[in-house]
Design a protein around this ligand. Structure first.
Ligand code: ADP
Length: 173
């Protein structure tokens, strides 16, 4: 390897090491317009945002992992800085594996805060200094949660107002 090649490889490595990569972890069962708003507002803060579906084998989901990931890919297809992935086990270990030093989470209310505070403190220890960046939900989205959307779908009502326009949730799997 010539000196010039080595220097440019090193420069690229330094750029990659300095990249601000954030993981936005969640179940996204299903993705809502609240999630999308959060990611779009966080885009100026990071070089790359990885929307990562956490797979917990003890948790029951309404929609299969493949379907949830497909929807995420559709919604963020035009966002160059957003990629979609899934992971198992600890979020902090996933971040370390892919070189992400930030977690992105949303806060809708005080109970989100109480829960997120503990998780973020744990992730800071387990993830060797991983910082969680919180964005407060916009008022028009603070009542929206995947839980409520699931209830609407299961109850046979129309969830369209809470779901990104790019996707269609037809009949249940
Ligand atoms: P989890 O199963 O980890 O709660 P969710 O998919 O429900 O995952 O949510 C992922 C993240 O998105 C959480 O930080 C949550 O606070 C945030 N979030 C969910 N809905 C909204 C919303 N309407 N506005 C802002 N943040 C939201």
């Amino acid at each position: 390897m010539s000196f010039r090649t080595k220097a440019s490889t090193l420069r690229r490595l330094i750029i990659v090491l300095n990249m601000k990569i954030a993981v936005f972890p969640g179940s996204f069962d299903p993705i809502t317009i609240g999630h999308v708003d959060l990611v779009r507002r966080a885009l100026p803060l990071f070089d790359q945002i990885i929307v990562a579906v956490g797979v917990n084998s003890t948790k029951k989901y309404l929609f299969p992992l493949e379907q949830r990931m497909e929807w995420l890919l559709q919604v963020f297809a035009q966002d160059q800085k957003v990629s979609v992935d899934s992971f198992q086990n600890l979020t902090a270990h996933y971040c370390q594996r892919i070189g992400a030093r930030y977690l992105l989470r949303g806060l809708r209310n005080a109970s989100d805060f109480d829960y997120e505070k503990t998780i973020s403190q744990l992730n800071h220890i387990v993830g060797n200094g991983i910082e969680t960046v919180f964005l407060i939900s916009q008022p028009e989205y603070s009542h929206i949660s995947s839980t409520i959307v699931r209830e609407i779908i299961v109850g046979g009502a129309d969830a369209t107002p809470f779901i990104p326009a790019e996707i269609r949730i037809g009949t249940l799997p």
